[in-house]
Design a protein around this ligand. Structure first.
Ligand code: NAP
Length: 332
């Protein structure tokens, strides 16, 4: 009998067709519907779950048959990995295919903040361009400046590459482990977090959201940054204490910010961060190009197919579950 697959995110039609030809698919393109009896019935029978907003203990309790949860993103802070592992359920993500696109986005918003692109776009469209612009509307240079990357992983490195070879920037980085290869390739210099904050013209946060990185950047960190610095967040909203960022902007501790992510998404239109002219904001579009989102969905589908066929998925996060002692039948 065909295995049961619950899909909780919109996926390209070709991928949906393919999955429907292999599995009994229940499709919820707008997300899981935990108050919908039909959804709960499908979840109770599900062998695989693709693209959930959240897979926590609450959801897992309602999915006794589950063997794999496949995320359509590289970040997996929406998955309770500990609970999944305990149940012997595989968890997968979609690394690599979105690395360059996300690095491009981070550079786009960094540049937009430095050169005041969104602000001046509004200025022209509102009919305020009536004479040559003068100093109060000038931006700051990006080329030959210092960029500090916090979290020198796949995306951090792709940002370093653009900074070094595209913009002749000095690259500083802070990471849990030292990345010698990045040092060789991009001339990146490993620093303490505080040194990076004090020396960088642009501070880019690119770590995953974990227990350790929640609230990683707050008032203490903003106070250490240069008054001329621009802060860029591409990780997750919760890695920054948003009230502290508001306070830092109010006090002029930094020049501005560029944000792709917020603690609560979609961000409320009356969120104080949106009131600053010197904050560039976009709606979590790091990987949001048609080409990249298609590749992510394809990879997520490949992961789920492997898992449901009893193979090890290419992007298995909790490797422990394939160890024999994690086999559900051996669990107490
Ligand atoms: P990655 O390759 O795993 O890189 C993460 C890096 O952060 C690693 O180098 C890791 O260090 C470092 N790190 C983790 N915890 C740390 C800590 N406590 N202190 C210092 N460094 C720490 O992941 P990636 O593919 O670059 O993606 C990174 C994150 O970006 C994702 O988890 C996601 O949250 C976010 N993201 C956002 C978007 C978007 O649309 N805005 C798109 C894609 C990804 P180690 O080398 O020691 O492990």
């Amino acid at each position: 009998m065909a295995k049961n697959l619950v899909i909780c995110k919109k996926v390209p039609e070709a991928i949906l067709d393919e999955l429907e030809s292999q599995y009994q698919v229940s499709y919820y393109p707008d997300g899981e519907e935990l108050d919908n009896p039909d959804f709960l019935k499908r979840l109770a029978e599900a062998d695989g779950l693709l693209g959930p907003k959240k897979a926590d203990q609450h959801l897992l309790k309602k999915a006794p048959q589950l063997k794999i949860v496949s995320n359509i993103s590289v970040g997996y802070n929406n998955l309770d990995i500990e609970a999944l592992t305990k149940r012997g359920i595989m968890a997968t993500n979609t690394p690599d295919v979105l690395t360059d696109t996300t690095a491009d986005t981070m550079f786009a918003i960094l540049m937009a903040a430095a050169r005041r692109v969104s602000e001046l776009d509004r200025f022209v469209k509102e009919g305020k361009w009536v004479k040559h612009i003068t100093e109060e509307l000038f931006g700051i240079d990006v080329h030959h400046k210092t960029i500090g990357i916090i979290g020198m992983g796949r995306i951090g490195e792709a940002i370093a590459k653009r900074a070094r070879f595209g913009f002749d920037m000095n690259v500083l980085y802070y990471n849990r482990n030292r990345k010698r290869e990045a040092e060789e390739k991009y001339g990146a210099v490993y620093c303490t977090l505080d040194d990076l904050l004090m020396q960088s013209d642009f501070v880019v946060l690119m770590t995953p959201l974990t227990k350790e990185t929640e609230g990683f950047i707050g008032l203490r960190e903003f106070s250490l940054m240069k008054k001329s610095a621009i802060f860029v967040n591409g990780s997750r909203g919760e890695t920054v204490i948003e009230e502290d960022l508001v306070e830092a902007l109010r006090q002029g501790l930094i020049r501005g910010a560029a944000l792709d992510v917020y603690a609560k998404e979609p961000v409320a239109s009356d969120h104080p961060l949106l009131s600053f002219e010197n904050v560039v904001t976009v709606p979590h579009i790091g990987s949001a190009t048609k080409e990249t989102r298609d590749k992510m969905a394809e990879l997520a589908a490949e992961n789920i197919r492997s898992g449901l066929e009893g193979k090890i998925p290419p992007n298995l996060i909790n490797q422990e579950v394939v160890a024999p002692e994690y086999s559900p039948k051996n669990q107490k």
